[in-house]
Design a protein around this ligand. Structure first.
Ligand code: SF4
Length: 271
């Protein structure tokens, strides 16, 4: 079966190989309360629907309330939940996303709408990587990009939309954008000319990046190392406990498995 690698899986694997192993097995991932992600999900969906249905200026904010209700229902239908913080929380989410829509629209009108584009592009990009047994083997880089654009000079751009007010958030996305840049090269034979973070609630609502050759080389090395660890069945737990405190896989982790001591007492090693 073809090995598939996603950005989120790569991140988990790099934090801890054992956590990556449990993630691939689907252990400990279920998160019922999706309140923390919900505003971002709604903004993504409104932007996608607005771009897909044929964008018209100033209509986006009015789409928010119905998308909130639709996405909330989808979460409930899939067995999840949203724990609203208080009676006004839902109205606050709607107001925040409406504000983001008002602020993101001018950048969408300038950088996306005039060109050929696709919203919510789910991709599967094949790449040949060296297998530990010798030779090359095909792997698929998978994921979804919020917005991809081919401009009038056939240059590719990737835009990632984030619902954040954290003005330093952009520091966390460069790796993800480099991953998308690699996927674009594998699919289209061309790297991005620009990758951006659209963060309408921040002081700099459109943060632009040009991915460097060095970043591309490093990303390829990270993907290659990830595939190799899976092929080698390497799920060594991380030595230190940096990520253990809030790890989703802790209950299944070999490092914290109870040890039976003389006398039959079962103890868990704490840090
Ligand atoms: S608890 Fe720590 S060592 Fe175990 S899987 Fe999680 S991060 Fe890795």
């Amino acid at each position: 079966m073809t090995l598939r690698l996603s950005w989120s899986a790569l991140r988990v694997q790099e934090e801890c190989r054992e956590a990556g192993y449990h993630r691939r097995a689907g252990r400990g991932l279920k998160q019922d309360n999706q309140r923390v992600f919900f505003p971002g999900t709604v903004l993504d969906r409104v932007v996608r629907d607005w771009l897909t249905d044929g964008p018209e200026k100033d209509t986006m904010p009015d789409m928010v309330t119905s998308v909130v209700d639709r996405e909330w229902k989808n979460i409930l239908d899939e067995g999840g939940s949203i724990a609203w913080k208080d009676a006004r929380d839902k109205a606050k989410v709607i107001a925040d996303v409406r504000e983001a829509c008002v602020k993101i629209q001018p950048d969408l009108m300038r950088w996306v709408v005039p060109f050929e584009y696709q919203a919510d592009l789910k991709f599967r990009a094949p790449v040949m990587l060296p297998h530990p047994a010798g030779g090359l083997e095909q792997v698929e880089i998978i994921g979804a990009m919020d917005i991809t654009v081919r401009d009038d000079k056939s240059r590719f751009m990737v835009h990632d939309v984030k619902m954040t007010r954290d003005n330093s958030y952009w520091r966390k996305v460069r790796g993800q954008l480099t991953y998308y840049d690699l996927a674009m090269f594998l699919m289209e034979g061309k790297y991005t000319s620009m990758a951006t973070l659209m963060q309408p609630l921040c002081n700099e609502p459109m943060k632009m990046f040009r991915i460097t050759d060095e970043e591309r080389t490093q990303m390829m090395a990270r993907v290659t190392a990830f595939a190799r660890q899976i092929w080698m069945n390497d799920h060594t737990p991380r030595q230190d406990t940096t990520y253990c405190g809030y790890c989703f896989a802790r209950s299944a982790c070999s490092k914290f498995a109870p040890v039976t001591q003389p006398g039959g007492r079962r103890v868990v090693e704490l840090f």
